[in-house]
Structure formats: structure tokens, C-alpha cells
Design a protein around this ligand. Sequence first.
Ligand SMILES: [Zn+2]
Length: 436
Amino acid sequence: MKSAFVLALIACSLVAAEPTLPSTNSVAIRAGRLIDTINGKTLERQVILIEAGEIKTVGDEGSVTIPSSVPVLDLSKATVLPGLIDCHTHMTSEPGENYYEDLFRRSPIDLAVLAHLYARRTLEAGFTTCRDLGADEYIDVALKKAIDGGAIPGPRLFVATLAIGCTGGHADLNGFSPHLHFDEFTGVADGPDAIRKRVRENVKRGADWIKMIATAGVLSEEESVGAPQYSFEEMKAMVDEAAMWGRKVAAHAHGTEGIKRAIRAGVASIEHGSLLDDEGVRLMKEHGTFLISDIYNDDYILAEYARRGYPEKIIEKEKKIGRLQRENFQRAVRAGVKIAYGTDAGVYPHGWNGKQFAHMVRWGMTPIQAIQAATMNAAELLGQTNRLGSVAPGRFADIVAVAGDPLTEISLLEDVPFVMKGGAVIKNALPALQKH
Ligand SMILES: [Zn+2]
């Protein structure tokens, strides 16, 4: 496990480009196959013209003229896709070797120092955009600024800062002596007024999104998993206040009742959705709410967390809910609920984001649907369809490529060899490229 990490890091350092702002240079890509995420089909032999970090032209090889001054990237043996989007990450942390060591010996400064590594790994895995749903101490805002300023490589980030939840809930620290105090910023807020103030504070500090803790969680020590943790009035206050500031709300919600309350309160997405029932599905369709269901990480948690000293209570919660979450994801897919790709990366190692594709296909999606979840649908959730989620004129030149066909072998997206962000090549490990 650990040695795999080290190897991965060494491999990355061999192929990775230096931190870059979007490239100002023009470049053309010859794509053997291009996945058209808007129409859900594959186009053969396409040319993509890129200028100043944006896609200018896309068309059949015969119909697009490449100016002689423009260098060509030959991806004619590869399948080209838009950069992938993970709508649920925690870019500022990763599970350490021991749960209690982490809690008592690791400070937010330690997290901040390491976050750039996670951002880089995520980008090099082909995820050029992430919605980061909850971080300590506004580290996510600092990370985003450093990436946008070109100081370090990383995905485009939409950040939520502190998750907002109730006293004793999933966003609070539970299970410790009442004499222990952690000196930190907190997203704990009770009652509509305090919640509104908390939203304002998060926006003031740089939140693009608001993260609501609508129900109890799995990786926390409060009693039940899935019990509602806000009243409808509290949820409505959060959504209304967020809307006043032009922000949307993502609701962490495992439990059936909390899911429904959050949908009715007007959240944009339900995160996890583990105990979603038929009525919840109907409500999601009615309200156009997205489901972001992290159906890969159960494998990792059950394999790893006991060894890392996580409390038995947490492991038991995961055992109870993991399979149900997958079955209810399938129920939502079959019913036609809008699904966007989100993995809860940070619960498992960053850079493994692509492992969820195969699970989404196993649990009811077609490969093209899973790819659309991580491109077009994610862009729609983010309100960015004109900039992200497709290879089309006007979009950022965020492009990935794999050697085979991910529509017949979805696991290819677990190890993406070519990554471009904003027209700059971040990683190029495809064989026989750049011969021009
Ligand atoms: Zn999460």
C-alpha cells in the first residue's frame, strides 16, 4: 500500500510538467476517437484547435485546417475525453496511519503543508475540476488561490470551506472528554439565525458552495447513521441564505428523512444518499436534485480503516450502510435521477478518483452514462456547461486521453496517461506521441 504510493509519486514526478497557468500557445490535437459527452456518442478522427487555453474549433479531420505554425499533439491512436470532474472531494486531507494519532498530533498546518500533493495527484489522475466539499481552516481557499495563481498544479476548484452542521452532529467533534477543547474554526451552527450567519461567514472567507450536514454520518462518532440533524426550517434558512449570495447547497445526507427534507428545502445535490427510498427518488426527479453517491470508497474503508485504528462504531456504520448505498444508487439510476460523479476522495487516497467508474457501471449505469456523470452532468451541477464537461468551442482546453476505448473498458479511466488543463500538457505518458 505504502510502497505503491511511493512508486506512484516517483512515476508522477517523472512525467509531470511544472506548475502552469493556462498555456497561451496554440496547439492542435489529432484525436483518433473523441467522446462527445453532449450527444453521448464517439466521433472518429477529429481535430481540436486550442488557443490561449480554450477550445476554438472541433471537427472532422478533413474539415479543419491546422495552421502550419501550430504544433500538433498526435492522439490518433487514443480516445480523447473532456477533463474529468469529481463533485465530492476533500482535497485537504487523507486518512493517516492511525485515527487517534491523526486527531491529536496532526494540526491544520500539517494538512495545509500536504494539500498540494493531493491536488497534484488528483490532476494527474485526469480530474481537471473538483468540487471540494468541506475543509478545515479555509485551507481549500488557499489551495484554490495557489492553483489559480499558477504556483502549484491542481484541478480547478469549487470550494465549500467549513461544512455547516448542528451541535453534536457529523460536523462536530464527538466522543471525547468534555474537558478536551480543540481550538479551531467550526462550522457548527444551530437555529436559522446562526446558520445564516455561518453561511455569510463562509462566503466572506471564499466559499463557492455551501455544504450542509443534513443527517448523521458514517465516519463520525454520533449515535445513529442517517438520523436527521437539522429541522426543515434550519435547512430552508441555509438554502435561502446561500441563494441570497448566489451560492448553492450540497447536502451530506445518508438518512431517508433527512434526504427528503433537504430536497424539499431546495439543495442542489444530495451527497451519499445511502438510504434513499422511492419517495426520495420521486422528489429528486421533481426538484431536479442531483445525486452524488460515493459508491467506491466502501471497499477502501472496510479494507483499511480497522487497521488504522478507527473506532469500532465507525466500522460498524460503514458495514451497515455500504451495500444499501449501492443498491439505492442503482434504484436512482433506473429511475432516471440526475447523477453526477463524486467520490469523497480524501476518505481514500487522492488520485484514485477514477476507481468509482467501474462501480457505477456495475451498479446500473452504461459506460457513457458514467462518463457523462463525470463531465456533462457535473458541469451542469456546477453551472459551468459553457466552460466545462465537453470538448467543444468555448470550453477550457481541459482534456484527457486513454490508449483504448473506455466505453468497452471503463477501468481505463483508473489510470489516465494524458492530461491537459487549460491547454497546458500536465502529463503525457501515452506511447508514441508528439512525433510532429
Ligand atoms: Zn465528504
